[in-house]
Design a protein around this ligand. Structure first.
Ligand code: ASP
Length: 718
């Protein structure tokens, strides 16, 4: 009898401590029909309506798109939001000077007047999601010519958006799901006055820097605080000193109760882009050709930037964020290449493709639409592969060259000249000269002389002749393959790359200026490249993308019919998603086991005043030495970060990590090395998201920053 009574209790405990991972980034609108039962079985104590509801406030109202590519979580009724330090860093940098370096020293607004405006920064709330597949596909057929089909869909989308937004201030977007099998409409309210409230010093917010990025164990306090402001009607408004803090519909309570292995967690946020369903052939192209070439392209620029940053504190302040932006993806790409190989993800995909082909043979007569689809896809990749490589590697290269932006700046200026008379002509030229001066001040244009020969060679080695501009003939014949000599020759003759001669030219008549710029050897190189790139590579790739979507629509529908036991999730596309899983560590290799959390002890274990990434600021040292961790401690130590098995991606930075009750336990900021591959293939055994423990945030606010006004604003669950 006793056994019978005890047994269910033991099973209960077991069910809550065993970790589980769930692949997928789920759409809030479909949570009720697809996921909620499973989420509740795994520990969630909320209903689908508590998470996404358009009739009353729900968790979705406490999550925003922060700026262009991050997520933020609302944590007070007065518009306070928390996101990552690495999401707010360019704003913090913009307010920094050598004399008042907020990036280095941190910043805490003591009152509302001290909060710093950030022109251009937005916070977007999701108002609603609606399935608009029917109206988007009205009069559209799968048998139409691809371009005609795309045109009709675009027109339908514009009509729907027009109708929805004509008498409201909302912003609407319609996005395809499953390669255009379904379409959802997202309505947003976008706030445009978002002010900086606080950030720890970079040596806390980005502790570990590039060395620790994409790696576990982690010890960075990766957060910053902003506040949304609204007009007197609580509506979005451009910045004005008269704006007041936005009164939020709901906000997240912060939980001091902590996390333990096996706890249910979910992440609500805006993952940007994943490619979970691409065929083995495309994955091979990405990891064997495109990513290695792009890593090479960034290698040299990062080295040049590192050298430059070491020359002066001004240079460090100016280039540390651009450097971070380059190194973030650069390092991740190496992770992707290694881990895709390590997990044999390409072979796994080949197996699925073989199963699919067998299935199509089995159901051939019943489902003729699937027969031969693999062969079509394979033929498709013969054309698509070289184009994709040229586009992907070419875009990386074009983005890396500062002089191209300079060329555009000059062109924009001189194209205003014809027709401008007397004074206004002078003004345009003065303005242009001062823009060129400031361009030189904030961009390392001088790197390009070293970068260009190197970039041109990488592009040549990775593309087919058809996508190489005519100047490669010159390099191969006149310069006998010597890229450096070719570039030196251009620099010797170009005015664009020589400010003294350029400014002299700008004294001449407008006609002469325009003519001379068009004849300039650097401009010639640029225009040959951009013609090849925009008029051929881009256009052809774009037209093939319709065909790609069509073939994948069929393939994916077939996969779903073949494998009815599996619930498929759509690739990330910068729309709100919910990932759920549990708090857990992992075993990356034989005999290696990672615990799921780190502590402040680990920060001091890594401390090294000689290494920029591992400097600990005096304020944190003092708080550590004082040792009164109080309610922030677990087992007498302050927890710093933890890992969980939530399927996340880029864009999930700053996303709230919630417990079973929907309370904030962490802020998502990264993935582990093994998890870098999860944009193409998620492995539940080892893919982990890394979050900042909310107790570390509170510890820093309280004991390091003494930011008591901010703490008073929060709802804290003890
Ligand atoms: N670190 C990432 C970001 O910057 C988050 C991730 O990719 O997991 O968005």
């Amino acid at each position: 009898m006793l056994r019978k009574l005890i047994l269910p209790a033991l099973i209960m405990i077991h069910a809550h401590t065993v970790a589980f991972a769930v692949e997928g980034m789920w759409v809030p609108l479909w949570l009720d029909s697809l996921n909620i039962k499973d989420m509740q079985e795994k520990g969630l104590r909320l209903s689908a309506g508590d998470i996404y509801n358009i009739n009353q406030s729900s968790l979705k109202d406490a999550v925003v798109i922060f700026g262009g590519g991050c997520t933020g979580a609302i944590i007070s009724q007065e518009g306070l939001l928390i996101t990552n330090h690495h999401c707010g860093d360019s704003r913090i940098q913009a307010h920094s000077t050598i004399e008042n370096n907020l990036l280095e020293n941190g910043f805490w607004a003591l009152n509302r007047e001290d909060e710093l405006p950030n022109p251009g920064l937005t916070a977007a709330f999701l108002v609603s999601i609606e399935d608009v597949t029917g109206p988007v596909l009205e009069h559209v057929s799968e048998f139409m010519d691809a371009a005609e089909r795309d045109h009709l869909i675009s027109t339908n989308i514009l009509d729907i958006i027009d109708e929805i937004t004509s008498d409201s201030h909302y912003h609407a977007e319609i996005k395809p799901f499953f390669f255009g099998n379904q379409y959802l409409l997202f309505l947003y309210e976008i706030f445009r006055d978002v002010r900086l409230v606080g950030a720890p010093p970079e040596s806390i917010g980005n502790f570990g820097g590039n060395t620790d990025n994409w790696v576990w164990p982690r010890h960075s306090g990766d957060f910053s605080l902003f506040r949304i402001y609204a007009d007197q009607y609580n509506s979005p408004a451009e910045y004005s000193p008269d704006n007041i803090p936005y009164r939020t519909a709901t906000h997240l309570p912060l939980s001091l109760r902590g996390v333990k292995e096996g706890d249910f967690t979910m992440v609500i946020g805006y993952p940007g882009n994943t490619d979970e369903y691409i065929l083995s052939e495309e994955l091979r192209l990405i990891v064997e050709q495109c990513l290695p070439a792009k890593i090479q392209i960034r290698d040299l620029k990062m080295k040049l930037l590192e050298n430059e940053m070491n020359t002066s504190p001004e240079a460090r302040l100016r280039y540390s964020i651009p450097y971070y932006n380059l190194s973030n993806a650069w390092k991740k790409w190496t992770g992707v290449i290694n881990e895709i190989a390590h997990a044999r993800a390409i072979d796994e995909k080949i197996m699925v493709e073989q199963q699919f082909v067998q299935w199509t043979r089995l159901v051939g007569e019943e489902k003729p639409q699937y027969s031969g689809i693999m062969e079509h896809l394979s033929e498709f990749y013969d054309r698509y592969g070289p184009l994709y490589a040229a586009y992907d590697i070419g875009s990386e290269l074009l983005n890396g060259l500062e002089t191209l932006d300079l060329v555009n700046l000059i062109l924009n200026g001189i194209y205003q000249l014809p027709g401008a008379a007397g004074e206004s002509e002078k003004e345009i030229l003065q303005q242009l000269i001062s823009s060129i001066h400031s361009f030189y001040k904030s961009n390392p244009v001088h790197f390009d002389m070293d970068l260009l020969p190197y970039y041109l060679r990488i592009y040549y080695e990775n593309t087919v002749a058809d996508f190489q501009p005519g100047f490669y003939n010159q390099i191969n014949t006149r310069f006998k393959g010597d890229y450096r000599a070719f570039v030196n020759d251009i620099y010797e003759r170009s005015l664009i790359t020589d400010t003294v001669r350029l400014f002299r030219l700008l004294q001449r008549s407008p006609d002469r200026i325009v003519r001379r710029i068009h004849d300039d050897p650097f401009y010639q190189l640029y225009s040959q490249f951009s013609r090849k790139f925009t008029q051929q590579v881009y256009v052809e790739l774009d037209s093939l993308s319709f065909e790609k979507d069509r073939l994948y629509r069929i393939y994916l529908t077939g996969l779903m019919e073949m494998d009815t036991g599996k619930i498929y999730y759509p690739d990330a596309n910068s729309t709100m998603r919910i990932a759920y899983g549990s708090v857990e560590g992992y075993e990356p290799a034989d005999a290696v086991e990672y615990r799921y959390y780190t502590t402040l002890e680990g920060v001091f274990g890594k401390e090294n005043p000689e290494i920029q990434d591992y400097i600990v600021p005096p304020s944190l040292k003092a708080a550590y030495a004082a040792g009164n961790y109080e309610k922030y401690a677990f087992d007498h130590q302050v927890p710093v970060c933890f890992t969980a098995s939530n399927h996340t991606s880029g864009g999930n930075s700053g996303s709230p990590v919630l417990n079973a009750q929907g309370h904030l336990i962490g802020i998502n900021f990264d993935r582990n090395w093994e998890g870098t591959m999860s944009d193409y293939a998620y492995n539940p055994e080892v893919c982990r998201n890394i979050s900042l423990d909310i107790r570390y945030v509170l510890f820093i606010l309280d004991k390091v920053a003494n930011a008591h006004a901010i703490l008073d604003e929060l709802t804290i669950i003890e």
